[in-house]
Design a protein around this ligand. Sequence first.
Ligand SMILES: NC(=O)c1ccc[n+]([C@@H]2O[C@H](COP(=O)([O-])OP(=O)(O)OC[C@H]3O[C@@H](n4cnc5c(N)ncnc54)[C@H](OP(=O)(O)O)[C@@H]3O)[C@@H](O)[C@H]2O)c1
Length: 257
Amino acid sequence: MAAPSEVTIVTGCSRGIGQAIALELARAGHRLVLVARDRERLERLADELRVAGSPALVCAADLRDEGAPARIVDAATTAFGAPTVVVNNAGTAPADKVENTTNDVLRETFDLHVGAPLAFARAVVPAMKQGRRGCLLQLASTAGLRGYPFTSAYTAAKHGMVGLSRALHAELTPAGISVYAVCPGFVDSDITRGAAAAIAARGKSTAEEAFARMAAQNRIGRMHTPTEVATAVVRLVRERPTGCVYDLDRDQPGFVD
Ligand SMILES: NC(=O)c1ccc[n+]([C@@H]2O[C@H](COP(=O)([O-])OP(=O)(O)OC[C@H]3O[C@@H](n4cnc5c(N)ncnc54)[C@H](OP(=O)(O)O)[C@@H]3O)[C@@H](O)[C@H]2O)c1
C-alpha cells in the first residue's frame, strides 16, 4: 500500500492504458489528478473513484500547450498538496508513410510525448527535491527502443521520451527522485483498434488481420493488455527499483541499459 500522502498526476487517463493506471493507483491509495482533453470522461472516472473512496481532481487540458503542466501542478497543490508522482501517459500515434509526415506532425507529437513530460518535471521537481522523494514515470514504447515502419514521427518522439527519461534519471537520482520509461509493445487499446480499422478502411486487409499482424510484432507474440501495463507501472511507482528504461515486451520484463 502506498503512503497516504502520495499525490499523483496521471495524464491521458480518459481511456485506455491511462485509465487502467489511474484505477490501479487509486486502489493503492494515491490521491489522483486526472488529466486529458475530454472533461466528461474524466468526470465519470472521478465519480467512480470517489464512490470507491478515492479523492480525485479533474484537470481537463491539452498537453500540447506548454503552459498546461504548470497550471495543473498549481491546481493539484491547492487541492491535495505538492504532487509526488507524475505518470506521463498521454499520447497519440500518428501513422503514415514518410512522404506524408510533415514537420508539423512531428512537432505536435514531440510537444505531447517529450515537451509535456519536460514541463511537468520543471513544475514538480523543486518540491520533490525539497522532500528528497518523487517519481516521474513516462509511458514510452518499444518504439522508443527500435524502429517501426510508417511511424516516423511517433518512433522519433518515443525515442525522445526515452532519452529525456535517461537524462532526468541521471540528473535527479542523486536528489532522491526516481525516473522511469516503461516500454510496452503493441497494447490492445483504442490506438491499436483505431489503427487496425484505418488499415481495413484502406481495403488492405480486415481489421482483425491487421490487429493480428500488430500482435505478432510483439516479441511476446501477443498484445499486451492495459491492465498488464498498469500493474507494471504501479509496481515501479511503489517499489522504486534502481533502473530507468523498463522493457515490458519480454518473457521476463526488466530494465535495459
Ligand atoms: N496502445 C499501444 O499499442 C501502445 C503501445 C506502447 C505505448 N503506448 C503509449 O501508451 C500511452 C497511452 O496509449 P493508449 O493506447 O492508452 O491510447 P488511447 O487509448 O488513445 O489514450 C490516449 C490518452 O491520451 C490522451 N491524450 C491524447 N492527446 C492528448 C492531448 N493533446 N492532451 C491531453 N491528453 C491527450 C487521450 O485523452 P483525450 O483524447 O481525452 O485528450 C487519452 O486519454 C501513449 O503514450 C502511447 O503512446 C501505447
